[in-house]
Structures are given as structure tokens and as C-alpha cells.
Design a protein around this ligand. Structure first.
Ligand SMILES: [Zn+2]
Length: 453
């Protein structure tokens, strides 16, 4: 085990008391060795999905997009992350079954469904992480409502049909509901049977889910960022109360570390100014290549979409076509480290956060005119960076306080009123940060850009 693991808490202890079911799983499963979780055992139905060209495509999607061009170790793929989420989803539901199986009515159908949801939750992801859907598609498809979660649903159906996978229709329906659970926000109580099952992979109620457990540890390790968040502590103490997954009050600081490690990853790694500069260049390269390669035309049809991955950059780079010259030149600039130049950063004051709209190059040009400088829109590139603690402008720990007064042993949201007060002074007063990074796409040096609104 690596430096991020507490040996006492590392897996497989979560499974240790499931001798019969786990021994069977191990006996009849294939296994792969993962550098975060150790041996991951793959059940026969999961393997039917894994051994398809649509799932194997995830090997060619880097988990962190272009980040490896700044942090060379960040070359891990969506493939290993998906196996990790599959494994943790299985561990989480087995733990609940161990402690409360009879009371909650957890059966093999539930276990298999949650594991498949973990495995397939990212199967619709586009190239270069979130860049494809947030930066590229909105600029080539007007009114674009496309999301990788919705595409994952289409891909799941496509894999089942294409490979004639014999799987219960009801199970696939629930798998798809679990994949989009985090984007549905909080559903009213009683709308779903065993609602707690929908909190495991993509938790729309509190943001604590095994997807984050995996990527926070995996990304931190790949980039060399220290991580003392131990998801094992949460897995050991999770329990369902009132149809919602809860954690012990004493694990308050572990939940705190989850949200802060995630925010640290955003600030230090995902939104590093050089990463943002390269992302802007890749978006420009894709935009210039789109008419010729029709990159965006595949987003509705899974039978075309699975062919699209990070290798699109290599395709452009080595293509001889004159139509791709501008795009090719931009990629060459990335290769030769002639990047868009970072020239200024602006932090949005917290009192303006609520109504602050994304800033465009046109806004920056207008700001400069007031100062006398003459710029054109194509002289400026802007990256709007929002970082929050998974609950927008709200403190993700705040719900504990509201929901749990009077409950003494187990707490929804972990925390007791007195613990909250004790730690309050350690917390920042804002829970959402908004930065602007300003760049010059050109090669020559220009005076620093300014912005005011
Ligand atoms: Zn994921």
C-alpha cells in the first residue's frame, strides 16, 4: 500500500466479514491489480460490459484531460477510475448489508445494480475531461444541453443492445437512474424505494459519494499532492438512517477533509494557470478542426460517439489536410511550449458572487478601452474558474446543523451542534471562489490586462 493508506483501515477490511459472498466473488471473478485499491475483483456481469470496445474506450480518455502536460504523472485514465468506483460502490453496499442487511432489505439485485452504476457512471464522458462539454460544445452547438451523464445513459443502452447482454431490464433502468442521481438534486422523500441506494455512486443530497472517494485519492496520488483524506473511515462508519446514508459524528473532520481536499485539487491542479492555458488552446484547436472533422456531429449517436476520444489531437496533428493547418499549428505550439501567456488573475469579491456572469473577451476589451489600450477580442483569452465545496455558495457542512439537533448517537451529516461551534473558527467565511485567468493567445508580450465590472 502507498503513502496515502492507513494500513489499519485499508481494504479489504470492509469485506472481511462477508466470508461466503466475498469468497464466491473472488473464486468466480477475474481480478485486476489497481494502484489505489489493490486487487479489484470483477464479477461476470460487469465483465460483459468491460470487455466491449465502448468501455475500453475509457482507456483513451485521461481522467484529468490535459493536466498531464503540466503534472506529468496525471496520465491515469477514466478506465481505472471507473473500475475503482465499481469496487468502492460494491464495498459500500456490502458494508451496509453487513450492518443492516435485514432491516434495509438489501438483496443481490441491489448489490449488482449499485456496482454496475459505479462501473458505468462515466462511460459517456467526452475527450479531455469536462473541457469537451463545457468549453467546446456550447460554442459549436447552439443551445446545447448535452451532458456526459445523459450520454452515459445512451451508451449503457447501446452496449446492452450491441453486445446482446442478458441483463434484467429493471436493473438497467435503476443503473441509469443512479448515474444521474447527483444532477437531479434532492428528490422528495418517498419518491423512490430504498432511496439510500441512489446516494452511493453520485450523491445529489450531500455530495459524499464513492465517485469522489476514488478520484480524490487517485488524482492526488497521480499529481503528487499530499492527501490525508481517508475514505475508509467513512466507509467503516456509514449507516442508513431515515433512508439516507449517515456517518458518525466523530468523523466530522473526515468529511471536512473530503471537501477541502477536493477544493485544493481544483485550485492547485485542475485550474493551474498553465493547465487553463493549454485547455484554451485545445478548445481553439478543436473549434478550428470541427467543420472539417465534424467532431461535434457524433454526440447524439453512441455508435459514432464511442470512436471519439483524446486521440483526436493526434489525428489533427498528423493529418496532411490544408483545412486543418490552423488547428495543427496550435497543437504544434503546445508541443513546443509556446503557450498562451498568462497575464493576470482577478478574484471576484464574495459580495458579487451571486449574480456574477461569466466574463468574455469582449468584456476585457471594453475594460481596456477605458484605460486607453487598444485590443481586439482575438487578442484575449479568458478562463472563468469557479471552485466550490460541492454545494455551490453554501457550506456543505451546514445541513448537519439544521437537521440533527436532538439526535444523540448517529447523525445525518455527521455533526453535533457543539462540534460545529468548536470548529467554526477554522472554516472560511465563503464556500465558493471565482477567478478569472486572462491570457494572450499571441506570441508577443503585451502590457498586463485589467478587468473591472
Ligand atoms: Zn467519476
Amino acid at each position: 500500500m502507498g503513502a496515502f493508506f492507513n494500513e489499519e483501515l485499508s481494504f479489504p477490511p470492509v469485506h472481511a466479514n462477508f466470508a461466503s459472498s466475498q469468497e464466491q466473488l473472488i473464486r468466480f471473478s477475474k481480478n485486476v491489480h489497481d494502484n489505489v485499491h489493490g486487487n479489484i475483483y470483477l464479477d461476470p456481469l460487469a465483465l460483459k460490459f468491460i470487455d466491449t470496445e465502448q468501455f475500453q474506450r475509457l482507456r483513451d480518455l485521461k481522467q484529468l484531460g490535459v493536466t498531464h502536460l503540466v503534472y506529468p504523472g496525471a496520465v491515469h485514465s477514466r478506465f481505472e477510475h471507473s473500475l475503482g468506483v465499481y469496487w468502492l460502490a460494491g464495498a459500500a453496499i456490502q458494508k451496509l448489508k453487513q450492518n443492516q442487511g435485514l432491516e434495509l432489505g438489501i438483496d443481490n439485485f441491489d448489490i449488482q445494480t449499485v456496482k454496475l452504476a459505479g462501473l458505468l457512471h462515466d462511460v459517456g464522458h467526452g475527450p479531455f475531461s469536462h473541457l469537451f462539454e463545457r468549453e467546446f460544445l456550447p460554442r459549436v452547438v447552439s443551445g446545447c444541453k448535452w451532458s456526459h451523464e445523459q450520454m452515459s445513459l445512451k451508451m449503457v443502452d447501446h452496449i446492452v443492445d450491441e453486445h446482446h447482454i442478458d441483463v434484467d431490464f429493471e436493473m438497467i433502468k435503476k443503473v441509469k437512474e443512479m448515474i444521474v442521481a447527483s444532477s437531479e438534486l434532492t428528490l422528495p422523500k418517498g419518491t423512490r424505494e430504498k432511496h439510500f441506494l441512489y446516494d452511493i455512486v453520485a450523491n445529489g443530497r450531500n455530495g459524499i459519494d464513492v465517485d469522489k472517494f476514488d478520484y480524490i485519492v487517485r488524482d492526488s496520488r497521480a499529481c503528487g499532492l499530499g492527501c490525508n483524506f481517508e475514505f475508509q473511515r467513512l466507509m467503516e462508519t456509514m449507516r442508513v438512517l431515515d433512508d439516507e446514508i449517515c456517518y458518525r459524528a466523530k468523523e466530522y473532520l473526515t468529511v471536512h477533509k473530503l471537501f477541502y481536499t477536493r477544493a485544493d485539487l481544483y485550485r492547485t491542479i485542475y485550474t493551474h494557470p498553465k493547465v487553463k492555458a493549454i485547455e484554451l488552446m485545445v478548445v481553439d484547436a478543436l473549434l478550428k478542426a470541427n467543420d472539417f472533422l465534424e467532431i461535434s456531429s457524433s454526440i447524439e449517436d453512441p455508435s459514432d460517439y464511442w470512436k471519439l476520444d483524446d486521440s483526436i489531437i493526434k489525428t489533427i496533428e498528423i493529418a496532411p489536410n490544408q483545412e486543418l493547418k490552423e488547428s495543427r499549428d496550435l497543437i504544434l505550439r503546445i508541443r513546443r511550449r509556446n503557450l498562451y501567456q498568462f497575464c493576470n488573475e482577478y478574484t471576484v469579491p464574495k459580495e458579487n458572487l451571486e449574480h456574477f456572469k461569466d466574463v468574455t473577451p469582449q468584456d476585457i476589451v471594453c475594460s481596456q478601452k477605458n484605460g486607453g489600450a487598444i485590443l481586439k477580442e482575438e487578442d484575449v483569452a479568458v478562463s472563468n474558474v469557479r471552485i466550490d465545496l460541492a454545494r455551490g455558495r453554501h457550506n456543505p457542512l451546514e445541513r448537519y446543523l439544521k437537521k440533527n439537533r436532538g439526535i444523540s448517537t448517529w447523525f445525518k451529516w455527521v455533526i453535533s451542534f457543539s462540534i460545529y461551534n468548536f470548529h467554526f473558527s477554522l472554516q472560511p467565511l465563503i464556500f465558493c471562489f471565482y477567478y478569472l485567468f486572462l491570457f494572450f493567445p499571441g506570441s508577443c508580450l503585451l502590457p498586463a490586462l485589467t478587468f473591472s465590472r
